[in-house]
Design a protein around this ligand. Structure first.
Ligand SMILES: Nc1ncnc2c1ncn2[C@@H]1O[C@H](COP(=O)(O)OP(=O)(O)OP(=O)(O)O)[C@@H](O)[C@H]1O
Ligand SMILES: [Mg+2]
Length: 245
């Protein structure tokens, strides 16, 4: 069974069609990289998966359930967690408060202390800084916190949109080590990235998206040449009637 599947999903914003019949799947426990240039539609895929953008056609399956058009809470209840673009933390709340708030929503108040201890065991840097306001954490620490927040719901699949954006190599190492640990516990991952080196090393499979269309779906090594072609070279119109993105 697939943890996540898009079948011929088209979606957009007003008249603009950002995704054009996109189909791909993330198997149970599988790590899939979703890569492509700026404006390709990667974040739109993430928003469709999270229920924030409704497909205009096609279907979304989470854990085998058809959740096309379902609201975000229902998708989350089906064990899909999504780490949004940006930092996804409450800047004025402490690290511990951020985690408590997020865990309380999914687990109920009685389970929060246990989940908190588990998160601190998994992310020692967050334990060290549990009383610090999240807004004053470094960029890399904030990404780790946003990842830790969604793991409290014990998701079967995590969709992470550009978690590594702007991070220096050491912070990237930490982040990818954590993503690897999440994958090792059997959680499926859809990791969206523009920088491809790390994600292609982690992923079992890669999907290349360009101007709303899937250009490649296969072994990570095979994605590199496709991406080079997409990023360089002449760019004929992807489809008729397209407006500038
Ligand atoms: N809220 C919106 N309203 C109108 N158009 C949008 C909106 N969000 C995204 N778009 C457009 O949809 C297309 C796909 O955007 P999307 O954010 O999915 O791309 P992306 O692959 O995530 O790009 P990046 O790598 O820059 O994050 C772009 O042309 C973008 O301008
Ligand atoms: Mg994006």
């Amino acid at each position: 069974m697939n943890a996540l599947e898009l079948q011929s999903v088209s979606a957009g914003y007003g008249p603009y069609r950002a995704l054009d019949e996109v189909s791909f799947a993330v198997g149970t426990g599988e790590v899939v990289a979703l890569v492509g240039p700026n404006g390709a539609g990667k974040s739109t895929v993430a928003r469709v998966c999270a229920g924030l953008v409704k497909p205009t056609s096609g279907r979304l399956f989470v854990g085998g359930h058809d959740l096309t058009g379902a609201p975000p809470w229902q998708i989350a209840r089906n064990k899909l967690a999504s780490v949004p673009e940006g930092r996804g933390v409450f800047a004025r709340l402490s690290v511990a408060e951020n985690l408590q708030l997020s865990f309380g929503r999914w687990l109920g108040s009685e389970a929060v202390p246990g989940a908190l201890e588990e998160a601190f065991a998994r992310f020692p840097i967050l334990a060290d800084r549990r009383r610090q306001r999240a807004g004053t954490l470094s960029g890399g620490q904030q990404r780790l916190l946003s990842l830790a927040k969604v793991l409290g719901n014990a998701p079967d699949v995590v969709v992470a949109d550009e978690l590594s954006l702007g991070l220096a190599p050491a912070a990237l190492d930490d982040l990818y080590q954590q993503l690897g640990a999440v994958a090792e516990r059997g959680t499926a991952l859809l990791v969206i990235e523009q920088r491809t080196d790390r994600v292609l090393a982690l992923a079992h499979r890669a999907v290349v998206l360009d101007r709303g269309v899937i250009r490649f779906d296969g072994p990570p090594a095979g994605a590199v040449g496709v991406l080079d072609g997409v990023l360089g070279g002449p760019r004929p119109p992807a489809r008729s009637g397209e407006t500038a993105g």
